[in-house]
Design a binder for this molecule. Structure first.
Ligand code: 13P
Length: 252
């Protein structure tokens, strides 16, 4: 059985005070949830303060990106070791916004994923097609390219620490989520790719989150699909009530 995982990607939102307020609310509302892994991914500037509030909490801390070098002259970058140092356990890698606005490629996603794993972080590796690609019937090709390129050279043991997030770009921030059928179709395809790349055990054990306009009122239908193991949530993770509703909706 794969344990559900719900992660909030706060993107470039929340001052430190706002972050603290949000996490205090989540701690209050979610303390009794023990069957779902819960993660919040604030901006770098709020990681330290949020970590303080998560020390005795069932909510884990994640970052939204990472660089692949341990240290050095890389102005503006943050290393995996620094994320461990600030208390993060997870790290989102290769989000479509990073692929689109910051020239992230499969190659850089792969380097970041390996570096994160080497430092003991748990990567959430994002893949997903654009609307144009879906309409041109290229969804599976794009997903194959993202999965193979991003996970290249990883071992089966590494994969025990990797979560995949399927985030169709057309569903992100649009209010137009993939239907449960559409999500299931791609998640099943990803599981097949994992079987080809690694083995059946890796395919069966790897958690695949869906992301894109997840809300309290659609999480149950999405997560009831066989291959959907959770959600990576953007907008609805910024409010205590909606993120609470999504996490509780994932409790089986
Ligand atoms: P929304 O939930 O706002 O559509 O964002 C999804 C996302 O990009 C999470 O990483």
């Amino acid at each position: 059985m794969r344990r559900p995982i719900i992660a909030g990607n706060w993107k470039m939102h929340n001052t430190i005070n706002e972050a603290v307020e949000l996490v205090n609310g989540l701690n209050r509302n979610l303390a009794d949830v023990d069957s779902v892994d819960i993660v919040v991914c604030p901006t770098y500037t709020a990681l330290s303060d949020v970590n303080e509030l998560l020390i005795d909490s069932n909510i884990a801390l994640g970052a939204q990106d990472v660089y692949w070098e341990e240290k050095g002259a890389f102005t503006g970058e943050i290393s995996p070791q620094m994320l461990k140092d600030v208390g993060a356990s997870y790290c989102i890698i290769g989000h479509s916004e990073r692929r689109k606005y910051f020239n992230e490629t499969n190659e850089t996603v792969n380097k970041k994923t390996k570096a994160a794993l080497n430092a003991g972080l748990l990567p959430i590796v994002c893949v997903g097609e654009s609307l144009e690609e879906r309409e041109a019937n290229r969804t599976f090709d794009v997903i194959k390219d993202h999965i193979e390129g991003s996970l290249q050279g990883l071992s089966k043991e590494n994969m025990a620490n990797v979560t995949i997030a399927y985030e169709p770009v057309w569903a992100i921030g649009t209010g137009k989520n993939a239907t449960p059928d559409q999500a299931q179709e791609v998640h099943k395809y990803i599981r097949g790719l994992l079987k080809d790349l690694f083995d059946e055990e890796v395919a069966n054990n790897t958690r695949i989150q869906y992301g894109g306009s997840v809300k309290p009122d659609n999480i149950k239908d999405l997560i009831s699909e066989e291959d959907v193991d959770g959600a990576l949530v953007g907008g609805a993770s910024l409010k205590v009530d909606s993120f609470t509703g999504i996490v509780k909706g994932a409790v089986t």
